[in-house]
Design a protein around this ligand. Structure first.
Ligand SMILES: *[C@@H]1O[C@H](CO)[C@@H](O)[C@H](O)[C@H]1NC(C)=O
Ligand SMILES: *[C@@H]1O[C@H](CO)[C@@H](O)[C@H](O)[C@H]1NC(C)=O
Ligand SMILES: *[C@@H]1O[C@H](CO)[C@@H](O)[C@H](O)[C@H]1NC(C)=O
Ligand SMILES: *[C@@H]1O[C@H](CO)[C@@H](O)[C@H](O)[C@H]1NC(C)=O
Ligand SMILES: *[C@@H]1O[C@H](CO)[C@@H](O)[C@H](O)[C@H]1NC(C)=O
Ligand SMILES: *[C@@H]1O[C@H](CO)[C@@H](O)[C@H](O)[C@H]1NC(C)=O
Ligand SMILES: *[C@@H]1O[C@H](CO)[C@@H](O)[C@H](O)[C@H]1NC(C)=O
Ligand SMILES: *[C@@H]1O[C@H](CO)[C@@H](O)[C@H](O)[C@H]1NC(C)=O
Length: 320
């Protein structure tokens, strides 16, 4: 690599080194005309309702550029709908998709340093998707990032319902419910010793108008005294979301025989009461009859009365 004119002016090696450096810089400048746009490779997970920063940086092109040459377009990848646009040194929101109105902004102070990141406020389930960051400074380039939304579920709740008088051996439906989460959670049912009972489960996820799910899982088991069942909820993005359990205790099982004994006891008491009552009445009637007999003997002459009173006694007996 010889340059006669320069070699003449400064024959020492340092001069050549300087020239080489200059050449290298100009070569780099030519190569850097290609614009490099960078976004995170792994999906961005954002909590429902929170604000998100969709990182996007660009480098290359001209090292120092005039901001008036910069254009940025954030779009929804599959529909190409506008999320946020910028050119002529200002936001251009005329064609912005309705649902993004008032929720987006760039960081104007950081544009000159190659930061084209987007701030998206109050993230909704519907915002989940792929976003394209398109940048133009003389040349242009783009990159796409995936945004996922996550919402934690409420603590799961387990309830159970059986026939009016549950007995060991009956089928019982255990229901586990958790609500307000995203995305769809997995449910794991276990017994006290940790066995996976998830075989006979029906899961019904229902989304509300915000796109958040209510997860309802029903496990049918054969009733045994003292058995514990737990329901564990796992959010694919947030991991373990807690668990709840129900214990069907032996006390619950005692209930039907207890009721039977109460009934039998009451019946016995009632019977005893009736017998006692009958005995008392019988004695009372006997006494009144004896009194009448005494009167009869005392007043033999009053035959008509005697007859009447005998009749009354008979009627008493007939009543009982
Ligand atoms: C834009 O970048 C490409 C490489 O990605 C390059 O081939 C092209 O010359 C550049 N265009 C301009 C106008 O700099
Ligand atoms: C965005 O970039 C900044 C600076 O590189 C970094 O600290 C931050 O973690 C990034 N955020 C995301 C969500 O990737
Ligand atoms: C861009 O700037 C914003 C505001 O300072 C910052 O939050 C974000 O992390 C920056 N992103 C990168 C990739 O540097
Ligand atoms: C940037 O470009 C605009 C229009 O092309 C021009 O009016 C302005 O002077 C430029 N600014 C700088 C700092 O070069
Ligand atoms: C956006 O904000 C402006 C000013 O605060 C308000 O007038 C407008 O109704 C808002 N639009 C939406 C869609 O929220
Ligand atoms: C439990 O069993 C269900 C159904 O057989 C299966 O899909 C699930 O992966 C199991 N879970 C664990 C933690 O073993
Ligand atoms: C699942 O239910 C079916 C019928 O409902 C029953 O035959 C089977 O034993 C149950 N399996 C388990 C593991 O409970
Ligand atoms: C049921 O559990 C209670 C309390 O844990 C215990 O005292 C009782 O012995 C248990 N009964 C059976 C049948 O396991």
């Amino acid at each position: 690599m010889s340059h006669p004119r320069l070699t003449k002016a400064s024959p020492k090696p340092p001069g050549i080194t300087m020239l080489q450096t200059l050449l290298l810089i100009s070569l780099l400048a030519v190569r850097s005309l290609a614009l490099d746009v960078q976004v995170p490779e792994s999906p961005l997970v954002v909590l429902f309702g929170m604000d998100a920063v969709l990182n996007c940086t660009f480098s290359g092109g001209v090292p120092v550029f005039n901001l008036s040459e910069l254009s940025i377009f954030w779009q929804v990848a599959d529909t190409q709908r506008s999320v946020h646009s910028y050119w002529n040194q200002q936001d251009q929101l005329l064609y912005q998709e309705e649902r993004f109105v008032n929720r987006t902004s760039l960081f104007p102070a950081h544009l000159a340093t190659g930061n084209a990141s987007l701030l998206l406020r109050r993230v909704q389930v519907a915002d989940e998707g792929i976003y394209t960051c398109f940048v133009r400074v003389q040349n242009y380039s783009k990159a796409a990032l995936v945004m996922q939304v996550a919402a934690p579920y409420s603590k799961p709740l387990v309830t159970w319902e059986a026939a009016a008088n549950p007995r060991p051996g009956d089928l019982v439906a255990l229901t586990c419910v958790a609500y307000g989460g995203y995305p769809e959670a997995q449910v794991l049912w276990q017994d006290a010793s940790g066995h996976n009972l998830t075989e006979n489960v029906t899961i019904s996820p229902i989304a509300n108008e915000q796109g958040l799910f209510t997860i309802k899982s029903v496990l049918t088991v054969v009733l045994e005294p003292n058995s514990t069942y737990s329901c564990r909820l796992t959010n694919p993005l947030l991991g373990d979301e807690g668990h709840a359990y129900v214990t069907i205790s032996a006390q619950g099982m005692v209930f039907p025989p207890l009721a039977l004994w109460v009934t039998v006891g009451l019946a016995v008491c009632l019977l005893g009461l009736l017998v006692a009552l009958a005995a008392v009445c019988h004695r009372k009637i006997k006494e009144s009859c004896e009194e009448m007999r005494a009167e009869e003997e005392a007043k033999e002459l009053e035959e008509a009365k005697e007859l009447e009173e005998a009749k009354a006694c008979f009627m008493h007996w007939q009543k009982w």
